[in-house]
Design a protein around this ligand. Structure first.
Ligand code: HAM
Length: 428
């Protein structure tokens, strides 16, 4: 019986075509990070399990059902990071970033792991990019974070973006709201899904986020947290909306948006693509303020705000769109191709290839092929402007043929001048 190994469920191999898109997303993030002065950070993929239990929250789906956790040989409880924020906060505290000038602005791009039921836009290993701003409580920061994610998605070509915003208050106003929500939900308990029945006591706010149809119906009549905000949270939200109006950033209020992580305070938001595919795939980005998280993980009380976006979701929509428009992802581009005939030429080609690479000129090759016509075919496929031919005679004489593909004109030059000649031609 032969074994057929498969990648783990919900985890995918990423090929060149995927990386063309991933790199584009990353570059767009990098540009945005440069404009808004965020520094790159990459935290370990494994973290102490307790930072997610304490940070993300014991009663969240992520911690209850979705973490890949292990006990190391040394007895440490570790978890493959299901999200980035607790790790960033751990690093902020560990490296004394509290003493840096505020806000401390950090961004990241990397893989995350959640044992979810795989479906459209939901994987068990997925990439996120995230931006976190720590140390400032002013809602101008919340506006900046929303703007950054909106800009990145716009720059990637998304046109119909839907920004949904809500405020879920802080520990003061939420206590009162929780009570009134619980009494509303208790009276309708029998109509809720089994998960939500359980949530009433432990995490009633999450019921507002449940996607089950029967829970959605009950949600529609539920009390709204915005009506229960204390003065500070109310003013924060009002100022944020004024900043967004001032920026001309379109948004809509969603009084039932609560998000599935426990650390949020005040602002929460999500960004969707307003299309059939977009709705199926789910939120492209989500985040909010988390003013208590640094304290909860052992640091000094520090206000903070941030968000993250799922790269596969973004990429899948970009791919679907370019397919519709008949576009193909960018192909490899070389302007020059190096062909060789014979053993001496093959060996000399290796050095010449390195010389071109050092000069910053990308050269196509098919060094594994011996026949010239097969190599020229490959050059044709790559649509290069020039082919360098190192034949047996040329290799012995330390010479090389340069052929211009369009005209078919060719001439012989010294091998040592090949890089210089091509440089002149393609104006490097
Ligand atoms: P989140 O909403 O859990 O927030 O995830 C952020 C984004 O990651 C989602 O909007 C979605 O695009 C993507 N995502 C989440 N789960 C999956 C999955 N299983 N497969 C594919 N994509 C997924 C957070 O992770 C917070 N750390 C965001 C944050 C940063 N809040 C404050 N700072």
């Amino acid at each position: 019986m032969s074994l057929k190994f498969q990648s783990p469920t919900g985890m995918h191999d990423l090929f060149q075509e995927d990386w063309n898109y991933f790199d584009k997303v990353k570059k767009t993030c990098q540009n945005m990070a440069d404009s808004y002065e965020f520094d790159r950070i990459e935290t370990p993929i494994l973290e102490d399990t307790a930072i997610f239990e304490k940070g993300t929250g014991l009663n969240t789906d992520i911690v209850e059902k979705e973490m890949y956790s292990l006990t190391s040989r040394g007895g440490d409880r570790l978890t493959l990071r299901p999200e980035g924020t607790p790790g960033i906060v751990r690093s902020y505290i560990q490296h004394g970033m509290q003493s840096l000038s505020k806000p401390v602005k950090l961004w990241y791009f990397g893989p995350f792991f959640r044992h979810e039921r795989p479906q459209a836009g939901r994987f068990r290993q997925f990439y996120q990019f995230g931006f976190e701003s720590l140390g400032v409580s002013d809602p101008i920061i919340d506006a900046e974070i929303i703007q950054i994610f909106y800009n990145i998605l716009k720059d990637l070509g998304f046109k119909n973006l839907l920004v949904e915003i809500n405020s879920i208050g802080d520990s003061q106003c939420r206590g009162y709201f929780r009570k009134s929500l619980m009494s509303y939900l208790r009276s309708r308990q029998s109509g809720l899904c089994s998960d939500c029945k359980r949530r009433i006591k432990k995490n009633p706010l999450r019921i507002l986020d449940c996607k089950e149809e029967k829970c959605q119906r009950i949600k529609k009549g539920a009390p709204q947290i915005v009506d229960h905000l204390c003065k500070e949270c109310h003013d924060h939200f009002k100022n944020l909306l004024e900043y967004l109006d001032e920026k001309g950033l379109p948004y809509s209020l969603n009084p039932y948006l609560v998000r599935g992580l426990d650390y949020y305070t005040k602002t929460v938001f999500e960004i969707y693509e307003d299309s059939e595919e977009g709705k199926q795939i789910g939120a492209l980005a989500g985040g909010g303020r988390y003013d208590d998280l640094v304290r909860m993980l052992g640091g000094k009380p520090t206000p903070a705000c941030g968000a993250a976006s799922g790269v596969e979701r973004v990429v899948n929509l970009l791919k679907a769109r370019s397919k519709k428009a008949g576009l193909k992802a960018k192909e490899r581009t070389s302007e020059v191709f190096l062909a060789q005939v014979g053993e001496i030429a093959k060996k000399k080609s290796l050095k010449l290839f390195e010389e071109f690479r050092e000069a910053g000129i990308k050269v196509g090759e098919a060094l594994h092929r011996d026949s010239l016509s097969a190599q020229l075919k490959a050059a044709d496929k790559m649509d290069v402007k020039y082919v360098l031919i190192l034949g047996q005679k040329e290799a012995i004489d330390d010479q090389i043929i340069i052929r211009e593909m369009k005209s078919g004109n060719q001439y012989v030059t010294e091998l040592s001048k090949a890089v210089q000649e091509i440089k002149k031609k393609i104006k490097k």
